[in-house]
Design a protein around this ligand. Structure first.
Ligand code: PLP
Length: 451
């Protein structure tokens, strides 16, 4: 394709290196330039309107173009555009947001700490865990375990936690001290005839064996998303979290819940931890925290984490960590308004109400010859594509089938996301039945076109 040299697409190719994009392929085909958004929809510069069935990047919970958030940002920017939270300084938006998040937490939490992305939140988590172990006089207890296909971000530490090859390959990752355990995907990893419960037991046994092999005195924390998102929307098998938590308790290993996607209603409860009975020591939050209107993320830490960290900072003289924009007042004000909208519009309750319709409608694709598995919970789901249902194999090269299907579905007016051989769906929480119908119709049509 030749791009008009002065077009916005050609300028993008000329000047812009994209995230998660094949740069050479991008030079050939250029971008789709999204220009505006309203509610469930976004529109590109050619005037094509799409249902954003991924809420952007799993994030725009309240929908696009929410004026209350623009107004909250403008109000705060005019009052105090910036102030920091270093060396005993604070400001009202950060204080109010910290108070709100601690109050919302599904288990007792002591403090909120602010960062600017999910990656920074998880990176900060790694540092807090190390700092804590040193404070407790356990300098060997530093290793962190995550899961194959877990997604925790892209900084050196958070990309190491991420259990996906493309986040490691050619970056010389993972770094030392990060280990990966079994991916809890029953359909893919379960043995023939193995029940979900038995598979969950095996996942917990694998974790136990890994901790034993490394030495429990060297393992500090385990991190997991309640439901894996960017690894392909992997819903844990029945009983999984209870069994995992028992292993962690036995070995005195901290539990970190990465709620960056699940947090704020995605699974039909306020937090994924509530959906699965998870009792974390640390939670990391982002995305729907501000519906991605501005970048902001947070960690919630309990007293087991806070007390030694506070002691250590006192001994050293400071907690030597912090981002210029930690708790940025405009981002914090937007997050507060976003949470107010989620509560006032009862979006978590709405998500729970519409979830069965959403899951059943997508589940109806299971009869399609190219669909191997449809999985999901709440308002997050994936459709796994195959060419052979029994063998659970897709077209070669890996990922090509979902990439092709994604393109066709997008032409049919719906933006999904291709992950490996799966298509992911994670619409704004304001989704209604008619949007679900359009999403499923566009997807079925795209799969028919692919055949
Ligand atoms: N954790 C999870 C569960 C995520 O899904 C993501 C991003 O998709 C991250 C962490 C990283 O967040 P960010 O892209 O804001 O750095």
């Amino acid at each position: 394709m030749t791009l008009n040299p002065n077009s916005i697409e050609a300028r993008d190719v000329a000047y812009h290196l994209h995230s998660y994009t094949n740069a050479r392929r991008h030079e050939e085909i250029g971008p789709i330039v999204i220009e505006s958004g309203e509610g469930m929809h976004v529109t590109d510069t050619d005037g094509n309107r799409y249902i954003e069935a991924m809420a952007g990047l799993w994030s725009v919970a309240v929908g696009f173009g929410e004026k209350r958030l623009a107004e909250a940002a403008a109000r705060q920017m005019q009052k105090l555009n910036f102030y920091h939270t270093f060396t005993h300084k604070s400001h009202t938006p950060a204080i109010e947001l910290a108070e709100k998040l601690v109050a919302m937490a599904p288990v007792p939490m002591s403090k909120a700490y602010f960062t600017n992305s999910g990656s920074e939140a998880n990176d900060t988590m790694v540092k807090l865990v190390r700092y804590r172990s040193n404070a407790l006089g356990q300098p060997r207890k530093k290793k962190i375990i995550s899961r194959i296909k877990g997604y925790h971000g892209v900084t050196l530490a958070s990309a190491s936690l991420t259990g996906l090859p493309n986040n490691h390959r050619a970056f010389d990752l993972p770094m030392e001290g990060v280990l990966h355990t079994t991916c809890p995907h029953h359909w893919r990893e379960g043995r023939p005839g193995e029940s979900e419960e038995d598979f969950a037991t095996r996942c917990a046994e694998d974790l136990d064996a890994l901790i034993e092999a490394e030495g429990p005195d060297t393992v500090a924390a385990f991190i997991g998303e309640p439901v894996m998102g960017a690894g392909g929307v992997i819903v844990p098998p029945r009983g999984y979290w209870q069994k995992i938590q028992a292993v962690l308790k036995k070995h005195d290993v901290l539990l970190v819940a990465d709620e960056v996607i699940c947090g704020f209603g995605r699974t039909g409860r306020m937090f994924g931890c509530e959906t699965y009975g998870i009792e974390p020591d640390i939670m990391t939050l982002s995305k729907a925290l501000s519906s991605s209107y501005l970048p902001i993320s947070a960690l919630l830490i309990n007293e087991r984490v806070y007390a030694p960290v506070a002691e250590q900072s006192s001994e050293i003289g400071t907690f030597g960590h912090g981002y210029t924009a930690s708790g940025h007042p405009v981002a914090a004000a937007v997050a507060l308004e976003n949470l107010a909208i989620i509560e006032e519009k009862r979006l978590v309750e709405h998500a729970a109400e519409i979830a069965p319709y959403f899951q059943e409608a997508l589940g109806s694709l299971q009869d399609h010859p190219l669909v191997g598995e449809v999985r999901g919970v709440g308002l997050i789901a994936a459709v796994e594509l195959v060419t052979d249902k029994a063998a659970k194999v897709a077209m070669q090269p890996p990922g090509s089938m979902a990439a092709a299907a994604f393109g066709l579905i997008q032409k049919n007016g719906v933006i999904s996301r291709a992950i490996g051989d799966a298509l992911a769906f994670c619409p704004p929480l304001i989704v209604e039945r008619e949007h679900v119908d359009t999403i499923v119709e566009a997807t079925r049509k795209g799969l028919d076109q692919l055949q």
